[in-house]
Design a protein around this ligand. Structure first.
Ligand code: GLN
Length: 547
């Protein structure tokens, strides 16, 4: 029997529901249970694929090609369970399915309403893959009281009623603000949030209370009394130095015990936290620091590159160094010498991105790294920039560029060494796209295999010549220029299995210069750092030792 844990939030947003869900998933796993985590987002976008990373943070791509919320990244990093496209849904997707069914006549002439049609669709979503795991953790985005979220709350209420008693648990995250003038933590917002939840029929079993200050026993007792939960089920959540401390911190305050008690499991094995103890040890006992510059466009918002930042942290843990990430805006040196902005870093990373803005700066960053022997990792657009740089400055193709920029400006200004891919093979079928296609979900998305050259640096790093990595892009490096570039030392060391699509380039005579068309950051975990990030940080560490 699968137990469902529903995680909701109140008082304010950004309380870390995703992280709490992920840490709880890790704890249940540590006790030997299988878990799956899901996110239900109230916004009306069909998926986050078309949302600005400024507003919504990174788009997390799953193996099966879904563009999902960045919380799914947390889930994977903490549990190692690969998310699927059925682990993330938005109001937009639910409504669009309901409306499609209505147009098809599936509802046999009935009047379509939020209850039951929308709520049924949500309940069907919750049931997908039921019984595959011991625990299904479902996080509802937003906060209780949001208009868009109402159908989700109603659906989880109904869902729990339809299951036997004790199969569903409601966990609610709130904030206890500290009033400096009074010198007190305030419980009233939590009481109101619970009241709001109860008014729509949901009585929380467990309250997780975020607080910047220690919560006195007296206040915990008060919350228990006024919110009608047991004292043991009022769980404090304090700020942590690293997110990877969350599983042990939550275990120490009894979160996993409370959840097990709520579903009536009394004979659970004690958790094996070895993995997390090792992770904590590596974070707290780093033996030095490396500085990595991320040269990008969305530098204002760290969340836009969440997985990259985490993957670098994992790479640091593997090498027992702290990775200090500094964000450098590619636009500031577009018409200047980049040296003053890039000197002094132990490594440079150019991440993925869309559109022409900032690309001249990224090309300069690739050139700087190549010429100065600074370790360089180019991801997706970052690989394309490295190829354009080599074409311009090594192969003498002064007007080399990407078709993406010409499409954007509507002018023909570049020789496209990176072109728009219109047809490719996925598994055993052909996919076709046109330039003018809709923006949502039309990229080469999800896991694809690549074959690496025997003896290449990447083959050595991966320890194999067959890999599978996640993609999210429309444009590809053109193999037309392969020979010309390879003569100059930029080797195409990883290709799609049919040999048509370049997946990896590397500079032969360079300490560490690698560009990848895919997103390795999406598969890195603290207890299993991605090989590329592990070796990239190792190279940065070597540089920092030299200076
Ligand atoms: N804009 C580029 C493309 O679509 C790169 C995308 C990315 O970096 N994710 O190919």
């Amino acid at each position: 029997m699968t137990r469902y844990i529903f995680i909701t939030g109140g008082v304010v947003s950004s309380l870390g529901k995703g992280l709490t869900s992920a840490a709880l998933g890790a704890l249940l796993q540590a006790r030997g249970y299988s878990v799956r985590l899901r996110k239900l987002d109230p916004y009306l976008n069909v998926d986050p694929g078309t949302m600005s990373p400024f507003e919504h943070g990174e788009v997390f791509v799953t193996d099966d090609g879904a563009e999902t919320d960045l919380d799914l990244g947390h889930y994977e990093r903490f549990t190692g369970v690969a998310a699927r496209n059925t682990d993330s849904v938005s109001s937009g997707r639910i409504y669009s399915t309901v409306l499609e069914k209505e147009r098809r006549g599936d509802y046999l002439g009935k009047t379509i309403q939020v209850i039951p049609h929308v709520t049924n669709e949500i309940k069907d979503f919750l049931s997908i893959g039921e019984d595959e795991v011991d625990f299904m953790l479902c996080e509802i985005g937003g906060t209780v009281g949001d208009i868009e979220a109402l159908p989700f709350f109603e659906a989880i209420r109904q869902f729990s009623q339809e299951k036997p008693r004790g199969q569903c648990v409601f966990m609610h995250l709130t904030l206890l603000p500290f009033l400096a003038a009074a010198g007190e933590l305030k419980t009233k917002p939590t009481q109101h949030s619970v009241k709001e939840l109860r008014s729509i029929g949901i009585a929380p079993d467990i309250l997780v209370c975020r607080s910047e200050h220690k919560i006195p026993e007296k206040e915990r007792a008060k919350i228990a009394l006024f919110c009608n939960v047991r004292l043991d089920d009022v769980i404090p959540a304090y700020d942590l130095k690293s997110i990877y401390e969350a599983p042990i911190a939550y275990h120490n305050v009894g979160l996993d015990r409370a959840v097990l008690a709520a579903v009536g499991i009394t004979d659970a094995p004690e958790p094996d936290l070895t993995r997390w103890i090792d992770v904590e040890d590596r974070i707290h006992n780093a033996e030095g620091q490396v500085r990595v510059a991320i040269v990008g466009k969305y530098t204002q918002l760290e969340d836009a590159y969440k997985s990259i930042k985490e993957a670098l942290t994992h790479g640091g843990m593997a090498n027992r160094v702290k990775v200090k990430v500094e964000w450098v805006d590619a636009e500031i040196f577009e018409n200047d010498d980049p040296s003053p902005y890039l000197e002094g870093y132990d490594a440079i990373l150019v991440p993925g991105g869309f559109g022409e803005r900032g690309t001249e700066g990224k090309i300069k960053a690739a050139q700087f790294a190549r010429e100065r022997g600074v370790p360089y990792l180019g991801i997706c657009l970052g690989m394309q920039m490295a190829v354009i740089e080599a074409a311009r400055n090594l192969a003498g193709m002064k007007d080399a560029g990407s078709e993406e920029f010409d499409h954007e400006s509507g002018e023909k200004r570049f020789t496209p060494v990176v072109y728009h891919l219109k047809e490719w093979v996925q598994g055993n079928h052909k996919v076709s796209r046109k330039v003018g296609d809709d923006k949502g979900g039309t990229m080469r998305l999800g896991a694809y295999s690549a074959s690496l050259n025997e003896g290449s640096r990447v083959a050595e790093i991966y320890g194999t010549t067959q890999i599978e990595e996640r993609h999210r892009h429309r444009y590809e490096v053109d193999t037309k220029y392969r020979e010309k570039l390879e003569e100059q030392g930029l080797v195409f060391s990883g290709m799609s299995p049919d040999g048509r699509l370049p997946e990896i380039v590397e500079c032969k005579d360079h300490p560490w210069f690698i560009g990848v068309q895919f997103h390795p950051e999406l598969k890195s975990k603290p207890f299993e750092p991605h090989p590329l990030f592990k070796d990239f940080v190792r190279a940065a560490k070597d540089v920092s030792r030299l200076v």
